[in-house]
Design a binder for this molecule. Structure first.
Ligand code: COI
Length: 355
């Protein structure tokens, strides 16, 4: 059944009256750091559980030059958003999914992780302490960045003796300023090694800087982002630098399956469910470059990116253009997702948590 639009979505001009907002240009926010008021910090020794954290003023942290994260990359992060509804509530979207993904990453890198409850409570406290930074409805969202890092000092290669779970947050607008994306297929550098043994499927900090050479070269040539291929065959698409990929052919949506090389995106998972509920067939499996180049439409998903159309893909000397604009499937799926996240569309699956 089509999603129901709730009656509490007023026009923009009616919303937000009387709220205490930070004094910034809410129309000018993009995806860049705006320091907020508080961050959450909780520590644990190796082999121990996290117990009690606290809010502290947002600012620099002090760690040893020989901290595990600085020397051996023992660190992971998460990303989630808080949104303000038109009737003044603040909603989180599936924060338990982020807690579970952080735990999987922590296990992979030999780190203790906060429990689900500790994670979600810490997120709630961080958002409430920074409430004035949650953008007015329609102006963006509060991006929440949990970090888990080996902060204890050591010299030899080993799990650090101490860990810090830290959450900071920042108001954000669109991740990609230019709208629909023009992607360049990278066919020399790979984002992740093939198979379940690698770290492509966790949000390890070490998965990001290695994409910079391809990304900066593509951007210098006018592309918005890079599309990575699987390292085993170089024939199938995996993901872009910060988002999962979907291609559409007729009424069928194809997306690379989660096989250890692709980040299990929470937006990806939600869009798959929304698409199936809306009557589309979704196939998770290997998606070849050839299939992608023959598709009608393509889009990407991620917490930061939300859902964004791909306008074109360039593979070697071939450039293919895709359907974009308000009539695309990605626009339809995006409006349902954002509607749920902002309280405008009924949340039948209890994905949102009001704080
Ligand atoms: C997110 O979508 O939350 C991400 O982690 C992408 C980020 C690397 C900007």
């Amino acid at each position: 059944s089509p999603p129901s639009i709730l009656g509490n979505c007023k026009s923009r001009s009616e919303s937000g009256d009387g709220e205490n907002y930070a004094d910034i240009d809410w129309d000018g926010i993009g995806f860049s750091l705006v320091p907020t008021d508080y961050m959450y910090v909780m520590k644990s020794a190796r082999g121990d559980k996290f117990s009690q954290g606290s809010l502290v003023p947002f600012g620099n942290i002090e760690i040893s030059p020989s901290a595990g994260i600085l020397n051996y990359g023992q660190g992971i992060f998460e990303g989630l958003k808080a949104q303000r509804t038109e009737d003044g509530r603040i909603l989180l979207f599936r924060p338990d999914e982020n807690a579970q993904r952080m735990k999987r990453g922590a296990d992979r890198l030999c780190m203790p992780s906060p429990s689900n409850d500790q994670f979600v409570n810490a997120v709630k406290q961080t958002v409430l302490a920074n409430k004035r930074w949650v953008p007015p409805p329609g102006k963006g969202s509060l991006y929440i960045r949990p970090l888990l890092m080996g902060t204890g000092a050591l010299l030899g290669v080993a799990p650090a003796p101490e860990y810090t779970f830290l959450i900071y947050c920042c108001p954000v607008g669109s991740y990609h300023k230019g709208g629909a994306l023009n992607l360049k297929v990278e066919d020399k550098l790979y984002r992740a090694i093939s198979g379940m043994g690698g770290t492509g499927g966790i949000k390890s900090i070490t998965n990001y800087a290695p994409v910079y050479p391809a990304m900066t070269a593509a951007k210098a040539n006018g592309f918005s982002d890079v599309l990575f291929l699987d390292s085993a065959t170089g024939k199938c698409i995996e993901e872009a630098t910060s988002c999962n990929l979907f291609v559409v052919k007729g009424n069928t949506i194809f997306t690379p399956e989660i096989v250890g090389t692709i980040l299990p995106g929470i937006t990806r998972k939600s869009i798959i469910e929304i698409a199936i509920d809306s009557g589309y067939q979704v196939i998770e499996g290997a998606v070849s470059v050839v299939e992608m180049l023959e598709a009608d439409e393509m889009f990407c998903t991620g917490t930061a990116v939300v859902v964004n159309s791909v306008a074109s893909v360039t593979y070697k000397d071939t450039k293919v253009d895709y359907k974009t604009g308000p009539k695309t499937l990605s626009a339809k799926l995006r409006s349902i997702l954002v509607g749920i996240q902002t309280g405008c569309v009924e949340d039948k699956k209890s994905w949102t948590i009001q704080i």
